[in-house]
Design a protein around this ligand. Structure first.
Ligand code: NAG
Ligand code: NAG
Ligand code: NAG
Ligand code: NAG
Ligand code: NAG
Ligand code: NAG
Length: 409
């Protein structure tokens, strides 16, 4: 524990320049053993936090008491990835890491092993049986899109999809699998709630109003299965509104405004989104999976200050604990907790729609090796930032879809 604290202080100081706003908060956590995110409680959380949720929402089906989200990555060279850039024509260029010169393949050969059971590989035939005549929507930002693209590749090994719709900026998109009469959508939203751009990249967030596009589609009964997520757009300067009134901000550093934690804003937004689904007339039979935050892994900087992610192996437990206390991951873990709480609250209400958590945060915290990093674009053309937010395809993001099918079963 002492070693962990030493490391934490050093990395805490190293990120001072970059995370000046977060710094006081981090330091507070290090110094106060009773604060909710101290080194001690995080270490404890890693071991003991999960059962609380798993007792309330055990995964249904053949998995018994197994918590699919509590486990570890184990090396497994017996299985190849479910697709390659040769067998899936829809891998986006920015996720095709091998196209841009990544040549280590180790990161493809780790299997997610839940502590008390095996997670089966995705079975397209089984998935299509469940999804016949159904519409599934990923509701979220480009990370939601990343999972949709992974699913598209996996399914395309069984049936070729037809590209039926994209909006002007190719953000919302729809694919159709005619043989199975299955519609796969991504409904683009940055925040889940309404965000109005005020100036370059700074938004006014109306925490009590759902964003239009997904709200409309859900309300019209056009979605049977929804996978709802949102997180990374909150980690920047934004202004917060409730009941049309400005209540404060995120990362704004204005003396006349209350500066809130990201987890506060995300908690409110998820509350708004989930109660909207809970009370919507056309959502009675809808199944909603809420995907918890997908963590980022910038080291030695943020996305715009030269941060990078060049690791070739998953983190072990000690490394995860270190990263949780020493960086943005600390706040991300906080966000995951709030998201789980909101799912729990939504589920307690006697409503028709079904809610389940897709709690990938811890599993993905362990995978700093699987982001595109610098391999998301043609380096000869342009120097630029590293992508330590999205995930290479193929890669561990494909496991999210193994988890999706396991949850559906
Ligand atoms: C596909 O991946 C291989 C490595 O597995 C890489 O050499 C090749 O450039 C990639 N091709 C395309 C078209 O993405
Ligand atoms: C295909 O699925 C849609 C719903 O997604 C349904 O309205 C329609 O009736 C189905 N078509 C057939 C031929 O079953
Ligand atoms: C916040 O604002 C104060 C005074 O307005 C200024 O001294 C300080 O450097 C600012 N901090 C950041 C991180 O911008
Ligand atoms: C807060 O102060 C800034 C200048 O620092 C000003 O532009 C803004 O209008 C003020 N906001 C409120 C709500 O008073
Ligand atoms: C990160 O920065 C620290 C100190 O600034 C330096 O010692 C370390 O070598 C850097 N690591 C990488 C991987 O660049
Ligand atoms: C975790 O990884 C670090 C860095 O590779 C290593 O120094 C440490 O011994 C490992 N810890 C455990 C418990 O395996």
């Amino acid at each position: 524990m002492r070693d962990v604290q030493e490391n934490t202080k050093i990395s805490g100081l190293a990120s001072l320049v970059v995370y000046s706003i977060l710094f006081t908060y981090t330091l507070f956590n290090i110094l106060s053993p009773s604060s909710p995110l101290s080194v001690f409680t995080i270490a404890k959380t890693l071991h003991y936090n999960y059962p609380r949720y798993h007792l309330i929402h055990p995964p249904k089906g053949n998995y018994g008491k197994c918590d699919l989200f509590k486990g570890k990555w184990v090396e497994d060279h017996t299985k190849n990835p479910p697709y390659t850039n040769a067998t899936c024509s829809t891998i986006p260029i920015s996720k095709d890491c091998f196209l841009h010169g990544r040549n280590d393949k180790e990161f493809l050969y780790w299997k997610w092993k839940p502590d008390k059971c095996e997670l089966p590989r995705f079975e397209p035939k089984t998935f299509f049986q469940i999804m016949r005549d159904k519409r599934l929507a990923f509701i979220g930002d480009s990370v939601a899109r990343n999972q949709m693209e992974s699913l598209l590749c996996i399914l395309s090994q069984e049936e070729a999809p037809i590209d039926v719709y994209k909006d002007a900026k190719d953000r919302s998109r729809t694919w159709f699998f005619p043989r199975n009469n299955f519609t796969l959508m991504v409904l683009w939203t940055r925040f889940l709630v309404k965000g109005v751009e005020r100036e370059g990249g700074v938004y006014d967030l109306h925490l009590d109003q759902v964003d239009e596009i997904w709200g409309y589609n859900v309300n019209q009964g056009l979605v049977d299965y929804a996978i709802v997520s949102s997180a990374q757009w909150y980690f920047r300067k934004n202004y917060l509104f409730q009941g049309g009134k400005l209540i404060g901000c995120l990362y704004c550093n204005e003396s006349n405004l209350t500066q809130f934690k990201v987890s506060f804003a995300i908690g409110k937004a998820f509350q708004t989104a989930l109660s909207y689904i809970n009370s919507c007339q056309e959502c009675k039979g809808m199944v909603t999976l809420v995907r918890t935050i997908s963590p980022t892994h910038f080291e030695n900087g943020t996305w715009n200050t030269g941060g990078h992610c060049e690791r070739l192996k998953p983190y072990n437990k000690t490394q995860v604990v270190n990263t949780l206390v020493s960086s943005k991951n600390n706040d991300e873990w906080d966000v995951r907790g709030v998201q789980m709480e909101e799912i729990e609250k939504a589920t307690k209400k006697e409503g028709q729609p079904i809610f389940r958590a897709m709690d990938i945060t811890m599993a993905m915290l362990m995978r700093p090796d699987a982001h595109p990093g610098s391999y998301w674009r043609d380096k000869k053309k342009k120097k630029g930032f590293n992508d330590c937010v999205h995930w290479c395809m193929p890669g561990p993001i494909d496991v999210w879809n193994d988890l999706l099918l396991a949850l559906l079963l």
